[in-house]
Design a protein around this ligand. Structure first.
Ligand SMILES: [Zn+2]
Length: 165
């Protein structure tokens, strides 16, 4: 009898553990699972245009006011052009006046950061968490509610309008 009760408890525990990831995944888009994309230099060169390669793989910076995405105001998602991972939602985009597409928040878990000490200053570089591609720098002079400004190279992003989904 006692043994049966224990078994019952055990199977009940397993069930609730199995249901947990489903409940969490439905809560937030950010918990999407993705595999790390690891390509060689040559594979990246085939996959990207020279301008995209310069930004994503060599940490280049596009000239300001050159991105068509500055005028993109539709509802949708801004994804990494290297691997399609969604990085920013249109609801977090704002006009920073810098000439680069800017966002006050990123999709949780989809960016990695590192300290960049080039150009005689310390900045926080960020990159796509899936393919490692460089996207831009994040500053702490952004608007509410985060106070952050993700300054992104437009060449590194592609916009997916919500209607297409
Ligand atoms: Zn990527």
């Amino acid at each position: 009898m006692q043994r049966r009760t224990l078994l019952k408890l055990f199977s009940g525990g397993l069930l609730s553990l199995a249901a947990l990831p489903l409940i969490q995944a439905s809560k937030a888009f950010a918990l999407e699972k993705f595999a790390i994309l690891n390509l060689s230099k040559d594979e990246w060169k085939k996959r990207l245009t020279p301008a995209q390669y310069n930004i994503l793989r060599e940490e280049g910076t596009e000239r300001p006011y050159t991105s068509a995405l500055l005028d993109e105001h539709r509802e949708g998602t801004f994804s990494c052009v290297g691997c399609d991972l969604p990085l920013f939602l249109s609801s977090t985009k704002f006009d920073s006046g810098t000439g680069w597409p800017s966002f006050f928040d990123a999709i949780e878990g989809h960016l990695g950061t590192k300290i960049d000490r080039t150009l005689f200053q310390t900045r926080t570089e960020y990159h796509c968490a899936k393919c490692g591609g460089h996207h831009g720098h994040v500053f702490d002079d952004g608007p509410a509610p985060t106070g952050l400004r993700y300054c992104n190279n437009g060449i590194a992003l592609k916009f997916i309008p919500k209607d297409n989904g």
